[in-house]
Design a protein around this ligand. Sequence first.
Ligand code: RM4
Ligand code: MN
Ligand code: MN
Length: 398
Amino acid sequence: MDAMISGNLDATSLARLGRLAIELPSWGFADTGTRFGKFLQDAAALSLEDKLDDAAQVHRLTGACPSVAIHVLWDVPPGGAAELAQAAASRGLRVGSINPNLFQDQCYRHGSVASEDALVRRRAIAHLLESVELAAAVGSRTLALWFADGTNYPGQGSVSRRKRWFHEALAEVHAAMPEPMTMLVEYKPFEPAFYHTDIADWGMACAFARRAGPRAKVLVDTGHHLPGQNIEHIVSFLADEGMLGGFHFNDRHYADDDLTTGSIDPYRAFRIYLAILEAEREAGRDLEIDFMIDQSHNLKPKIEAMIQTVTTVQELFAKALLVDLDALDAARARHDIVAAEECLKRAFATDVRPALAAWRASRGLPADPLAAHRASGYEARAAAARLPRKKSAGGSYA
Ligand code: RM4
Ligand code: MN
Ligand code: MN
């Protein structure tokens, strides 16, 4: 790529950006809301096919989203794995992470693999094992586990006993995973449980993953931290331990808000990407990380929000690529705090959008994917096709 096109990004940086695959969540295209209600959108996806159509539209315009995360309870068609894989492949996509659902059925109201009820624990493990089979059958390499297990009141549960049940369940599931499948263990401090959550933070997720087996890693959902937590520190720490397995990108202002990535604190997202790039430089290769989006676009049009997210991630990743790591290390070596911080600020302040527009055009993609989507008429066509199928509010998301 010539200098005119690359602008302020060199060829190595653009190549790394080109290898940044961002997985789209099927549930990000469906109607969602809050626990107070759901606002329906005419063009929001109803079926698996709708969700895949929408994901394909995002991938067509950005060229960066070849896979779709699947929620077992919400997305698996009657024809099972074969139909699912075919539905994705026919749209130029592949099935990405498989997300079991252990939080919706009535039997899980007191927990799933940590329930006091042995029959519920068995049922939960059986669902996880079925999810492993599904993942293998569709060619997915990632089993993404998020558990709602926890308690609401002091005294309600034995934390240590529940912990041991988690160890047992995850080890059993890990043993059933064929190579090279990876298990990702997600953590979250609260919600839906409000007193204690069985996997409340990265340290617990890391301990559970370590004991589960060598192909279990930690999934960092950027919205799953208590206020003030230094997420990039967690990212660097996990990467150095070889335990960073994946991300759920989103942004938040208060709690698990699932807002679009970079909408509230783009500097934090930039610092997280810089932590990844520093770890990659030390490793001398790209880290094997699943970069996934986990957002809930309650009011924004779903596809627009998704395109906005992908381009924002690319912009912030590109800014992180602009950080002069040699200059940064030199500043660190002489304890020059100001110069070190300026390395970050200079890169973050650089407008990479013209360079990215030229980069996209050079790859045969629209220079402005959002504008191209708006000009395509996709939204109106989807609304016309889906509106007659829309029923009254119902169903679930989370
Ligand atoms: C959780 C968590 C999980 C997601 C569920 C639906 O808050 O972020 O990743 O699968 O919501
Ligand atoms: Mn998540
Ligand atoms: Mn969440």
